[in-house]
Write a protein that binds this ligand. Structure first.
Ligand SMILES: Cc1cc2nc3c(=O)[nH]c(=O)nc-3n(C[C@H](O)[C@H](O)[C@H](O)COP(=O)(O)OP(=O)(O)OC[C@H]3O[C@@H](n4cnc5c(N)ncnc54)[C@H](O)[C@@H]3O)c2cc1C
Length: 433
């Protein structure tokens, strides 16, 4: 009987430490430096950040998503999920624990497909938390559908020259290198005709046309770049994996990235639920507190049930990834988690905002930011609709059409079949009457 919902005590002690550490030491950074977690820290910030990172390393929780050969702990996805649901409370916590998106996904694919040289040049400083990276795949006219990508990389001497446009490349403005997906063999189609390139940020020809913000962030000051790759020349050593491997690499990367977002979303939704409960117990009405009202109790019960379902699903998916050690084998459930994630965060943040009244609508509480985050979760790494198609296709693979006129679940037909099966016995019963 292998089903077990308990965490071994040694790791639970680490989680308990992380929970207190994040609340007391890291969450204050969210208030001091909101939105600056991907800006290389100056000397003053480093005085605070570096000792916090050192403490995480001492506790053996640094870069928990990677194996020991890469400076991580090799805990696997399930333990990472338990840790990430704590880190999800805080925008700075993943940085302090060395496991922030999109760098985690980028590190994973370099670790998996990179040459020793590429690992030394890009992966090592990335894992040390010294630099940031950018994943540049989505195109303005194509979204994230590779079949419509137009960015081309053409042979140029021994290397390549890249031309095209990419949109919503997060953290391009502060990244030290970009991972660019480009068409290298248009005749081979999207699955075998594209390649990934590791491109240093200071390579001539990389033009950030605009930094796009989210929601009501000031125009031109966002973290998501529209980039023009204008005759960007790279050497043969810039190809990640091999020519034509981009699609397979992207699947590896996005599989992990999606489930890591889901792990952190548990933490954020739980934070909203905690705040909802505190407010419900504190806000007085003429005949008690909000928590006495059945509508509010309904908000709390629905939120708890939704969060618990979601959490167990995420933990199950993490466990499945550890078991199969192959994202492709867990594709259906990763896509299903991606579908559920924005809805859970949206519903809980919305109820929490409602229970807080005007304050809940204001910029003095974090709920509107969480609601924007829920929208982002339904878009980044592919829109929900596309993941629904993936899930439906995979589910349908396990089913067959029927040849007959009536569905196999048709009750009169089934009853007739049941009578035929037990005819001898039924005849005897009738005979006994
Ligand atoms: C905060 C944030 C960060 C991001 N970071 C990165 C990054 O670092 N690197 C990167 O490369 N990209 C990044 N993206 C881009 C992201 O991958 C795309 O936004 C996403 O894939 C959708 O593409 P699109 O925005 O062009 O929307 P579109 O493709 O235009 O889709 C718009 C809508 O059309 C519908 N739709 C689209 N396709 C289908 C379909 N097949 N079936 C049914 N309905 C469909 C859906 O309702 C969808 O929401 C980021 C996005 C966000 C919001």
């Amino acid at each position: 009987m292998a089903w077990d919902f308990e965490t071994e005590s040694e790791f639970q002690a680490k989680l308990d430490w992380a929970d207190t550490f994040v609340r007391e030491e890291v969450e204050p950074l969210d208030l001091l430096w909101h939105g600056l977690q991907f800006t290389p820290p100056d000397a003053e910030k480093r005085k605070i950040i570096d000792p916090l990172k050192d403490e995480v390393r001492r506790r053996r929780l640094w870069a928990a998503h990677l194996g020991p050969e890469l400076g991580g702990e090799g805990y696997g996805q399930l333990k990472l999920a338990l840790l990430n649901e704590i880190l999800g409370r805080s925008e700075w916590a993943p940085i302090i624990f060395g496991c922030q998106a999109p760098d985690t996904g980028n590190a994973e694919i370099i670790a998996h497909y990179g040459t020793d040289e590429q690992k030394e040049r890009y992966l090592r400083p990335l894992l040390d938390g010294e630099i940031f990276s950018c994943y540049s795949m989505t195109e303005p006219q194509a979204g994230s559908d590779p079949a419509l990508f137009e960015t081309r990389a053409e042979p140029d001497g021994e290397g390549w020259v890249i031309n095209g446009w990419k949109f919503f490349s997060s953290n391009a403005r502060t990244a030290s290198f970009f991972i660019v997906m480009a068409v290298t063999d248009p005749d081979a189609g999207p699955y075998e005709g594209m390649s990934m390139f590791l491109v240093p940020a200071d390579t001539p020809g990389i033009r950030i046309e605009r930094n796009v913000g989210l929601g009501d962030e000031p125009a031109g000051d966002g973290a998501h770049a529209l980039i023009h790759y204008d005759n960007v020349r790279v050497g043969p050593d810039a190809v990640l994996g091999g020519p034509g491997q981009a699609f397979a690499i992207a699947q590896t990367r996005l599989g992990g990235g999606r489930v890591h977002h889901a792990m952190r979303t548990i933490g954020l939704a739980r934070k909203a639920l905690d705040m909802m409960c505190e407010r419900a117990l504190s806000r007085r009405t003429r005949d008690g507190v909000l928590a006495d009202k059945q509508f509010v109790q309904g908000y709390i019960a629905d939120s708890y049930a939704q969060l618990t379902q979601f959490r167990l699903f995420v933990l199950y998916v993490a466990w499945s990834i550890d078991k199969h050690n192959d994202y492709r084998k867990v594709r259906k459930d990763i896509a299903a988690v991606k579908i559920v994630m924005p809805q859970v965060l949206h519903d809980i943040a919305q109820r929490a905002a409602q229970v807080h009244g005007a304050l809940g609508m204001s910029n003095e509480m974090p709920f509107q930011r969480m609601l924007l985050g829920a929208g982002v979760m339904g878009m980044a790494d592919g829109p929900t609709e596309v993941h629904k198609v993936t899930v439906a296709r995979q589910v349908l693979r396990g089913h067959q059409p029927t040849d007959g006129l009536w569905p196999t679940g048709h009750l009169p037909s089934r009853t007739e079949a049941a009578r035929a099966k037990y005819a001898a016995h039924l005849d005897r019963e009738v005979g006994n009457l």
